[in-house]
Design a protein around this ligand. Structure first.
Ligand SMILES: Cc1cc2nc3c(=O)[nH]c(=O)nc-3n(C[C@H](O)[C@H](O)[C@H](O)COP(=O)(O)O)c2cc1C
Length: 236
């Protein structure tokens, strides 16, 4: 456990990498760690694009405004919030439950939840259904204690971005623990990068790009500053 904490505290945003090759085994380990992150309803509403080929990496780095971490990284991981993957994800989990011998009752319960999910995810013509659902929940909320589920398109993206960010942090900590370094970046041209990756604006939003590689001797860590604990935390 203390090794996990070491990785958490050692991780820094690295601005210059030395060129090394990341083996497929190491790549898989890091990506596996990313998707081990918790997600709401276990829906894992994100995709991770590991960009390592020379031409794609150069094109992606250019769209990260030519930032030094992007230009020098061994790979760029584009983390994409994805609100269009819920159906195959739910079907995949359902198939896995059936194969793994879950009781008929558990399978039926999951099927019920999947039907409910459809209601949340469907946005209707120009998002009109999303707006209607939002109004219904606001009215219900007047006299009932309820959580506000992510029902509008904007709400769904907010929900997916939350989940994507957790996977990103897992990825960075795993990379650190495995002897690599990272730099999260939001300085990129989202529209052009989305086009490069063939993303759909209807379902996808790039959350961040993570440069990954080994820290160069040219990189100089600046002292780390964080707000005092009491400015960030309130103990009640
Ligand atoms: C969402 C996000 C976006 C960031 N965007 C950039 C970026 O575009 N370029 C960059 O050099 N660093 C970027 N950073 C890194 C931060 O500047 C860095 O994490 C912060 O200064 C704290 O330093 P540390 O990570 O070394 O502790 C980003 C970090 C996050 C979490």
């Amino acid at each position: 456990m203390s090794e996990t904490l070491d990785a958490v505290f050692q991780r820094r945003a690295i601005r210059v990498f030395e060129t090394i090759e990341i083996s497929p085994a190491l790549r898989e380990r890091i990506l596996d760690a990313a998707r081990a992150a918790p997600s709401s309803f276990n829906m894992q509403p994100y995709r991770l694009y590991w960009v390592e080929s020379r031409t794609m990496r150069a094109a992606a780095a250019r769209l990260c405004m030519g930032q030094m971490p992007a230009e020098t990284a061994s790979a760029l991981v584009v983390a994409v919030a994805d609100i269009g993957s819920w159906r195959p994800t739910a079907q995949g989990q359902l198939a896995w439950m059936r194969q793994s011998g879950f009781s008929a009752e558990k399978v039926a319960e999951f099927e019920r939840k999947t039907k409910l999910a459809k209601w949340f995810f469907t946005q209707g013509w120009f998002g009109s259904l999303g707006v209607l659902k939002w109004v219904i929940f606001r009215l219900l909320h007047v006299w009932k204690t309820i959580g506000m589920p992510p029902i509008s398109r904007q709400g769904l993206f907010k929900w997916a971005v939350k989940n994507t960010s957790l996977a990103c942090e897992n990825l960075m900590i795993a990379a650190e623990a495995l002897g690599l370094n990272t730099c999260p970046m939001e300085g990129f041209d989202g529209r052009r990068l989305a086009r490069l990756l063939g993303l759909s604006p209807k379902y996808h939003e790039i959350v961040m790009v993570i440069a990954i590689g080994r820290k160069s001797a040219r990189h100089q860590d600046q002292p780390r500053w964080r707000r005092p604990l009491e400015a960030t935390v309130r103990i009640l």
